[in-house]
Design a protein around this ligand. Structure first.
Ligand SMILES: Cc1cc2nc3c(=O)[nH]c(=O)nc-3n(C[C@H](O)[C@H](O)[C@H](O)COP(=O)(O)OP(=O)(O)OC[C@H]3O[C@@H](n4cnc5c(N)ncnc54)[C@H](O)[C@@H]3O)c2cc1C
Length: 449
């Protein structure tokens, strides 16, 4: 029998941040992680081009203090993503101001969102009621692209009130700016892991299946990779598994059965939605696009500095380079309903390459000859993620609070979907929740001893 003060389930950023703080407080802690690696939805891999390839999170959105303090104390190399945006339309490419257009549209639309003390509505309803006229068609389309692409949401399901809260939270941390870790997001994970005190034990390849609990005692039953079972006991437990896993049916791989059941959490879980994203890396033999664009368009500076590339009608409507880093990598991105369609189609890679050929007007044969490798991770099919990241459904403004609420001072909850400040769906939002849950556990244990 393995005995601890606290068990943390999940070694993503929330779990690691929680364990770091609890270990520092001198509590015997055990992190139990299903996969053979730490980091969860932060997943950096190496590449033939010797540049880090992200399969999960890539950007630091703005300057959230919790994440920036790690970046600064460890002197991680970062670069702001500030390239020129290009748009593809009518078979042509041209520099454009998609971000400004979307920002202005969202501001205007969200002015009509009901205040928190009124009944909530889906974002789509704001478009249908206030912006139905033909003259708003462009604005509607731009805003829908953003809500689906960035929030991985369905416009008819996402809460208008939560979007207002999220935009305000983002504005407070300069969320309009985006930064990349030049040596990969994995460096943040490595740093957190290195800071775990010697009293923190990490159990990899161990899938938690059941949690028996009563006030002040938990018994966690798990299965190791070799098929053997293991039981861990502790006075408290922090659950950081993704919402998609928390909501999975009890017989699904990765799902956790709570006994007694967490019936009081069910309503909250159902008011938060699991968003889908497809993020795909095309790793080329060389960085061919500046030369390609220069040969066709008289935009020398803009071709060299291409950052984002928008192609609204494509299955992959958003692409980006790693500007200002000169790497031979293009990332394709689809969110919301387009991601769902791509995932259902079963030919994600094929559609990515065809999209890019249409955008650049290239022959498929030429494009394929340039590609060294295609790399992506299907988060929807991953049993330990079951989706990309959460968004708040209609009427769910306070659902993250309810989900985050400790049970009997014994079960605690962290992970991006439990962020109550409007930073759900992000790395920094998840980090905050890990730190918050750690403080809750430390206070609860202090009360008992
Ligand atoms: C494609 C993609 C792109 C993204 N891009 C960005 C971005 O650019 N910027 C940004 O800020 N955010 C981004 N995000 C979101 C961000 O990655 C997440 O919000 C954040 O990493 C979540 O951290 P977490 O600790 O809450 O969950 P996770 O990282 O998912 O950690 C949960 C852990 O629990 C483990 N687990 C699950 N079930 C069990 C079980 N039964 N037993 C034991 N362990 C279990 C999992 O294996 C996992 O390691 C992106 C996400 C995706 C998928």
């Amino acid at each position: 029998m393995l005995e601890f003060d606290v068990i943390v389930i999940g070694a993503g950023i929330a779990g690691l941040a929680a364990a770091e703080r609890i270990g520092e407080a001198g509590r015997r802690t055990c992190i139990i992680e299903a996969r053979e690696r730490i980091g969860g939805r932060v997943y950096t891999t190496g590449s033939p081009a010797s540049v880090p390839i992200e399969l999960g999170a890539e950007f630091i959105h703005g300057r959230p203090p919790e994440l920036w303090s790690i970046v600064q104390t460890t002197k991680l190399r970062i670069a702001e993503a500030r390239g020129v945006s290009w748009c593809a339309q009518d078979g042509k490419l041209a520099p454009c101001s998609e971000f400004a257009r979307v920002g202005a549209s969202m501001n205007l639309i969200l002015e009509h969102a009901p205040p928190p003390d009124q009944p909530d509505v889906p974002f789509q309803k704001l478009l249908d009621v206030y912006f139905a006229e033909e003259r708003f068609a462009e604005m509607r389309a731009a805003a829908t692209r953003y809500v689906e692409g960035f929030h991985a949401a369905r416009a008819e399901r996402i809460s208008a009130q939560a979007l207002v809260r999220g935009e305000a939270a983002s504005a407070r941390t300069e969320g309009g700016r985006a930064f990349r870790l030049l040596d990969g997001y994995g460096k943040v994970i490595e740093h957190l892991c290195a800071r775990l005190s010697g009293d923190v034990r990490l159990e990899l390849c161990t899938v938690v299946e059941r949690i028996y609990w009563e006030q002040g005692a938990v018994s966690v039953c798990a299965q190791r990779a070799d098929g053997t079972g293991a039981t861990f006991r502790a006075r408290a437990c922090i659950v950081t598994i993704p919402l998609g896993v928390l909501r999975a049916s009890p017989d699904a791989r990765g799902a956790i059965l709570f006994s007694p059941d967490l019936s009081e959490k069910r309503a909250a879980m159902l008011k938060i939605e699991v968003g889908q994203v497809v993020r795909l890396n095309l790793i080329f033999r060389r960085r061919w696009w500046p030369e390609f664009l220069r040969a066709r368009y008289d935009q020398r500076k803009a071709t060299e500095r291409m950052g984002f590339l928008f192609a609204r009608d494509e299955p992959f409507p958003t692409w980006w380079t790693q500007h200002p880093a000169h790497t031979p990598v293009l990332v394709g991105w689809a969110g919301g309903s387009r991601a769902e369609r791509l995932l259902a189609s079963g030919d994600v890679v094929e559609q990515a390459i065809s999209s890019l050929c249409r955008i650049f007007g290239s022959e498929r044969r030429e494009m394929e000859a340039l590609i060294e490798e295609v790399r992506w991770h299907d988060w929807s099919a991953d049993p330990f993620a079951r989706g990309s990241y959460s968004y708040i459904g209609v009427g769910g403004l306070y659902a993250p609070q309810a989900l985050a609420q400790p049970v009997a001072d014994t079960l605690f909850f962290a992970g991006e979907a439990t962020n109550t400040a409007g930073h759900e769906a992000t790395v920094h939002g998840a980090l905050q929740t890990g730190q918050r849950a750690a403080e809750e556990v430390i206070a609860a244990l202090a009360k008992k001893s």
